[in-house]
Design a binder for this molecule. Structure first.
Ligand code: ZN
Length: 415
């Protein structure tokens, strides 16, 4: 009798081993009625197989294989994880951090989590002090804290650090210092950061020197520029992306389209600034140009859409805006961008601009499994992009309908 029991236990043990170790035991299969890929194409009754952090297949009318972990997303629309090309990952309102910089690091980690739970699996952060962004990127990559894949600039270059009279050598020096600090992208203020009008900060030669030094190190250059001449200099110097571009004229937009330079407009930020002016301690001049730039910014954006510029999604998320991205999508669609374009510009287009084409920003086999689900069809209702119900990054689930956002939005300074 005892022998039989042992035999039974041994058999049971081997059966359990077999059940737990079939060839694709770690597969996760996402099932949905509607998926929209990074080209804005529809996949109906999609079955997406994920293995070892990668997408194995994303097929229409697919059948769910047996013995896998199935995630039922049939009530939602499945998409690639979104990409915001201009955020400030460490931005916050906590003024006690002046004495204690570690507070900024905690806020940065909180912001990162907020972005991830709002469906953004990759971000480009263009400006943070004390290399908090570099350290956060590394902490996320090592699994220490949850957050999106980060591409970071560290401290940007502006006219208070290097002046127009300083010439080209310090521009190169600045870039070399940033590269040594292990940033992913060089951020230069090509327009004055603290004065109205948005005129150019540096000579064309200075801008060329910065871009040349960055490209030698394999780093792209993002230029903050508003006035047409500032944008023109950035483009002619070989900048990879133009940030803001609120005061561009037709000729500058044409040049941007001709050179295929990536354009990162931000349409909602000014409204947010005006609604929270006292929190940001804006003076009259800052308020005036925040207001003055709104109309030309909207016009430049609408023209850029019509002329076929390479536009990508970017919020310029400052304090209190982490993960609050739906209004930016809404403004873009209201100014003439199709919902399909808006989706493509937040997925496959920025992936390409980050040098990550074929790796992120789409649902193709072999790509990283950065996959989200939203409540509603964003092709019909762009606001659906603000209703993220499921987030997978690198094949790991960070949010699902069963475990909703864990951080209330009010913690992050929004009403
Ligand atoms: Zn910015």
């Amino acid at each position: 009798m005892r022998k039989d029991l042992y035999a039974l236990l041994i058999v049971a043990f081997f059966i359990s081993m077999l059940l737990s170790l079939p060839a694709f035991a770690q597969d996760v299969v996402l099932k949905t009625k509607l998926a929209v890929d990074g080209q804005g194409n529809i996949i109906r009754d999609a079955v997406i197989v994920v293995r070892d952090g990668k997408i194995v297949s994303a097929q229409p009318n697919g059948r769910v294989p047996s013995g896998v972990r199935e995630v039922d997303l049939t009530k939602f629309t499945v998409m690639p994880g979104m990409i915001d090309m201009h955020v400030h990952i460490a931005a916050h309102f906590d003024e006690t951090s002046r004495e204690r910089p570690s507070i900024t690091a905690f806020w940065a980690a909180g912001n990162a989590r907020q972005y991830l739970e709002s469906g953004f699996t990759t971000l480009r952060s263009l400006g943070a002090s004390n290399l908090v962004d570099v350290d956060l990127r590394n902490a996320i990559n090592s699994g220490l804290v949850p957050g999106p894949r980060l591409f970071v600039s560290g401290e940007p270059l502006n006219e208070s650090a290097i002046k127009v009279t300083d010439g080209e050598a310090p521009m190169r020096e600045y870039v070399r210092k940033q590269v040594a600090a292990n940033v992913d992208v060089i951020k230069v203020f090509g327009s004055l950061s603290s004065r109205a009008g948005g005129g150019p900060t540096y000579t064309l030669e200075q801008m060329k020197a910065a871009v040349d030094e960055a490209h030698k190190a394999g780093k792209p250059v993002a230029v903050h520029a508003h006035a047409a001449e500032a944008v023109r200099r950035a483009i002619l110097a070989g900048a990879d992306t133009i940030e803001h571009g609120a005061l561009m004229d037709d000729a500058t937009i044409d040049l941007m389209v001709q050179k295929q330079v990536v354009y990162v407009p931000n349409l909602y930020l000014a409204e947010y600034y005006l609604a929270n002016a006292e929190k940001f301690h804006f003076n009259e001049e800052q308020l005036r140009y925040t207001r003055d730039f709104m109309k030309p910014r909207a016009e430049a954006f609408a023209k850029a859409v019509k002329k076929g510029a390479r536009i990508v999604f970017g919020t310029d998320a400052v304090a209190g805006l982490a993960g609050h991205t739906a209004p930016e999508f809404e403004r873009r669609v209201a100014l003439g961008m199709s919902t399909k374009q808006a989706i493509v510009h937040a997925t496959s287009t920025p992936a390409k601009a980050l040098g990550m084409a074929g790796k992120i920003g789409d649902l193709q086999p072999g790509m990283v499994a950065d996959i989200i689900a939203v409540d509603g069809n964003p092709l019909d209702d762009i606001k659906a992009l603000g209703r993220v119900t499921f987030v997978m990054k690198d094949g790991k689930i960070f949010k699902s309908a069963q475990s909703a956002a864990t951080i209330p939005l009010s913690v992050f300074g929004r009403e």
